[in-house]
Write a protein that binds this ligand. Structure first.
Ligand SMILES: NC(=O)c1ccc[n+]([C@@H]2O[C@H](COP(=O)([O-])OP(=O)(O)OC[C@H]3O[C@@H](n4cnc5c(N)ncnc54)[C@H](O)[C@@H]3O)[C@@H](O)[C@H]2O)c1
Length: 247
């Protein structure tokens, strides 16, 4: 049986990815630091192992690996846990900067490192969740965008170093999705501007992001590693996206 571990699995993109893996016959270790939300999400899902852990704390990551019970190998690791905090450079004090970095970047490093033996044993695949904010700069994202750009580079480092052990690593960069994370930082003005700037003229769904993640973890992607896939309705492709240049 194929085994997956998804961080930030209690809701949003992580929960949608868990559900898709279950449909595909995986057993899924669901990791999240929000214990009540994780218990509620895991309730009624057959084939899951919920583990409460904060991916930014090394000791909790070590305990998570023990509780996950993956000594027979891991086939898919999805580093999805993330936080968003949008603010101007001068208002982003070091506490805010670290709060974003410790989950979005440190967490991906720590969890991947701790699970590398299991990934090697399973000849598994890593999919790290970055963002279009890691591909294109924007105002208010000095910490968030920089953390996600770091995730893109970290993915490539993992791909280059772990390839000889049969471990692939790829990165998915979602465009906007109406999750709790996004809705906390997207005002109506931002939502309208995204609809205007995205060639498909809409937000994506959690399921659309999960489909790309599951593909990159699957055997169908067996020769794909070190790649960055924007799942963004065409946002990244639209370099000069001025409304005045349409038609
Ligand atoms: N929603 C979007 O528009 C969007 C766009 C681009 C990228 N992303 C990325 O997708 C990923 C998932 O985002 P989402 O929108 O589903 O968010 P969400 O807030 O709905 O879910 C994130 C989950 O991660 C958990 N989490 C956060 N920090 C954690 C930590 N340190 N340890 C363990 N669990 C932790 C939260 O408890 C939550 O359950 C994030 O990495 C986010 O940056 C989201």
């Amino acid at each position: 049986m194929r085994r997956a571990l998804v961080t930030g699995a209690a809701r949003g993109i992580g929960l949608a990815t868990t559900r898709l893996f279950l449909e595909e016959g995986y057993r899924v270790v669901m990791v999240d630091r929000d214990a009540p939300a994780l218990a509620e999400a895991a309730d009624g899902l057959a084939g899951v192992v919920p583990v409460v852990a904060d991916v930014s704390i090394p000791a909790e990551v070590a305990r998570m690996v023990e509780e996950a019970g993956l000594s027979d190998g891991l086939h898919a690791l999805v580093n999805n846990a993330g936080v968003a905090d949008f603010g101007p450079i001068e208002a982003t004090d070091f506490t805010r900067w670290r709060r974003v970095m410790e989950t979005n970047l440190d967490g991906v490093f720590l969890v991947s490192q701790a699970l590398t033996p299991a990934l090697r044993a399973g000849r598994g695949a890593i999919v790290n969740i970055a963002s279009i904010s890691g591909l294109r700069a924007s105002t208010l994202r000095v910490a968030y965008g920089t953390s996600k750009a770091g995730v893109i580079q970290l993915t490539q480092q993992q791909a280059v170093e772990l390839g000889e052990h049969g471990v692939r690593a790829n990165c998915v960069c979602p465009g906007p999705v109406r999750t709790k994370l996004a809705m906390a930082v997207h005002t109506q003005d931002i939502i309208d501007a995204y609809h205007d700037a995205i060639p498909l003229n809409r937000y994506g769904s959690e399921r659309e992001i999960a489909e790309a993640i599951a593909f990159l973890c699957s055997e169908r992607a067996s020769y794909i590693t070190g790649q960055v896939l924007a799942v963004d309705g065409g946002f990244e492709a639209a370099g000069v996206g001025l409304p005045a240049l349409r038609r």
